[in-house]
Ligand binder design. Sequence first.
Ligand code: ADP
Ligand code: MG
Length: 328
Amino acid sequence: MRDEFSLIRSISPANVHQPSLHVGIGDDAAIYEGAPEMEEVLCVDTMVEEIHFRRDTLTPFQIGYKSLAINISDLAAMGATPKFYLVSIAVPPQWSDREIKTLYRGMAECAAPYRMDLIGGDTVSTNAKLVVTVTAVGHVPKGTRLLRQRARPGDVVFLTGTVGQSAAGLELLNKKGLHGPFTEEEELLVLAHQQPQPQVEAGHLFARSGYRIALNDVSDGVASEANELAEASKVKLVLKANTIPLHPAMETFSKEQQLEWALFGGEDFQLIGTAAVDAFASLQQLAIQRGISLTEIGYVEAGSPVVELEEGTARSVLKKSGYNHFAK
Ligand code: ADP
Ligand code: MG
């Protein structure tokens, strides 16, 4: 029988970073003080073993890391600063206490750059698979939050960083297993899958710019996220296939394969958004100053809420999960 109390004790953080935290782990609930000039931003995400992750592609440390990174990415897509997280975990007998502690170390590592505090959670046993549910709390100055519904005809569609790398990494892990061996390039792709970097700084830049910006994070692939922007804003997005920034380490794969990963792979945790043409030009300047790459990948038109992909002179409707000519 697992001793839940000693497990909770062992995963409780030794120190606190956020001064607004009044009560952390140890009481019935956590208490922090919100600032009057801020809006509180909350999100939650659940990862189930064998469905959202597998032990032969992620180590316990990386499962922890990724389960928090997914949530931080959602906060980034609102322009928010991460502050706290809570973890509900259902532990099956085949997971040792040591592995669970390692999973929490992975979360702590992901939290560290943002000085996020672990402030609570829940621990239960299960006979099935490991389930990790992370709730993240952040805040954003009033009037600066970034929503999906703000795209307007004439806007530029933009993307931070590169895409496709996580799906490429997963393919390599599926082929070669957790321990490879991998070339240096392959290692970059594998790590992009295992420990993705949420774009908090870019989210801040967008929020503080004061421009009208529609924003979403790329958790399910560019095609899916672009469709969500189109639906929320009731506009048409046109993406130019040859402008989508692909991770350089994918070069050895065919262009079609790279584009497929970029559009439908997901878990790259970049930010996709739209802004007016003038605003985008200034945003790009600001981004360069901060070492953030920002690429124009298309434009917004009036029309029914769909996404179209421009390849040369051809245009096809880009569904969430595939091109229309081979959509499921
Ligand atoms: P209660 O019965 O009041 O819910 P628990 O014994 O479940 O108390 O939890 C005690 C404290 O430990 C609480 O502060 C709770 O938030 C925290 N906690 C419990 N499980 C976890 C976990 N898996 N991760 C982080 N904190 C946890
Ligand atoms: Mg409890």
